[in-house]
Design a protein. Structure first.
Length: 133
């Protein structure tokens, strides 16, 4: 299956999209808030993820009055929370796999077990394996 091409945007296009000066984007990069891809000619290329991050940065700074140091802390915390969520999901999936395996094992043991088995209203009867021969 061929790879889907991701849309990449040059700095002038991104600046126009968000109605900000390209220097603002360069400042965000200097502060470590953005890491756009680069071409061989060193042109910045912004992905959809970068655009979402820029939108968040602008919302934090313009709408909520957070300074760039605060934005950095918030973005780092979001990344750590996403990582922790991913690890929790992996642990949960592993726990589910183990439980399914254990339940199948217990079910198999019960089906092959000798002993008393409750049977409806009749009470308890003894299950004895049928001897071949």
């Amino acid at each position: 299956m061929p790879k889907q091409k991701r849309a990449l945007y040059m700095i002038s296009v991104v600046a126009e999209m968000f109605a900000i000066h390209p220097q603002t984007l360069r400042a965000y990069e200097r502060e470590g808030l953005l890491r756009p891809a680069r071409t061989d000619g060193n042109t910045r290329l912004y992905s959809q993820e970068d655009l979402e991050r820029i939108e968040l940065i602008l919302r934090l700074t313009k709408d909520l009055g957070v300074n760039l140091a605060g934005v950095e802390v918030i973005l780092n915390m979001r990344e750590r929370m996403n990582d922790m969520q991913g690890r929790m999901n992996e642990m949960f999936q592993e726990m589910l796999r183990r439980m399914e395996t254990e339940f199948k094992h217990l079910e198999h043991e019960q089906q092959n077990a000798e002993g008393l088995v409750p049977v409806g209203r009749k009470g308890i009867v003894r299950r004895v394996p049928i001897a071949e021969g």
